[in-house]
Write a protein that binds this ligand. Sequence first.
Ligand SMILES: Cc1cc2nc3c(=O)[nH]c(=O)nc-3n(C[C@H](O)[C@H](O)[C@H](O)COP(=O)(O)O)c2cc1C
Length: 379
Amino acid sequence: MNATNPIFGPNRLKIGVFGLNGKGSAHTLVPEAYKPTWPNVLEAARLADGAGYEALVAYARWKGYIPGRVSHPAGIILDPFTFCAGLAQATTHAAVVTTSHAPTIHPIAAAKQCATIDVISGGRLGLNVVAGWNRPELEMFGAPLREHTDRYAHLAEWLAVIERLWTSEEEFDFEGEFFKVTGGMSMPGPVQRPRPPVMCAGGSDIGRRFACEHGDMCFILLHSEKPEDWARQIADYKTFAREEFGRTVQVWTYAPVVQRDTQEEADRYLQHYSVEMADEESLDGWISGNVANSKGQPSDVLSRMRRGLAAGGGGTRFVGTAEAIAAKLHELSDAGLDGILFTWVDFADGLRRMNRDILPLLEARGLRQPFRPASGHAA
Ligand SMILES: Cc1cc2nc3c(=O)[nH]c(=O)nc-3n(C[C@H](O)[C@H](O)[C@H](O)COP(=O)(O)O)c2cc1C
């Protein structure tokens, strides 16, 4: 499927970078924290692209988490569609994955923007479809944050319109519960056939169901550090997709990384940026905006969640030496994981360390092939 897109390439463990269009995921006040200026974006994106990473995933966020603080870093986010169009031109290998909140963009506009990025990138687009959870940003649009089930029903219809527009060779009418399209068409279609890959990252039961029905790259958060639990969680997911929808899906996860020469050094840096220099105000805002995940949680769970979020979120973290990180990645791959998106406090620094020290270990372990960039890397 889609030979132009490395998401479907041969590496047993696929890797990518999450969040280059904003501040990344950590809630920290350290001065070296990444800022999405275009030179910074290009530096990090090319470090990943030039080393053969499969995906650069941009997130969709319309405002930060602290009410009234318009210039807080959490609110400084480049638009993921135009960002991916720029990355498409600046890179030659990685999939450029944009994200859209269905309530904020009409599917006709999204379908055409996606097709345009697919054309620019020569068939490397991916689309992360999200329903939205951050009430204040949806309220800014006058769009309702629907109840969970309705959120995903709306998302399914939104995606159905996009897929019709991507594939239909004739004008069509569409009438659903949420959208009415008369004489729909969108040309050119995307380069990738039957369609560009769809990424889904819902964590609730309904979100997972949606991902199994519609996603190609499906995300889980690993809530255990035991390989046997990972294997069960991943196998359950793939089995559900196959049995319920007859579909084969890739299962990915997402994780912050702190790689240092010793475990002690890595632990110390984690403590520094996510505890001593935690951005408590931003954490307060995130937690109060994300009522569904925080409501009714006991205080120790909430406190653990807060520390995890400060470190960059995700279900697991990679904190240690290159050898330890490579070994954990190998265990995850053996547990059935297809891919992983990384995030760092300082992306360029993290990518340089990973490219230098971890990628050769992953190659030696047979998880990835050595990468030879196509000649004439985009200027
Ligand atoms: C890797 C990853 C990327 C995500 N990207 C976004 C995003 O860009 N914007 C957003 O509002 N939510 C994003 N989410 C949140 C999910 O789409 C989803 O809303 C959240 O996991 C809660 O799941 P639920 O909708 O099933 O309750 C992301 C989640 C993950 C794990």
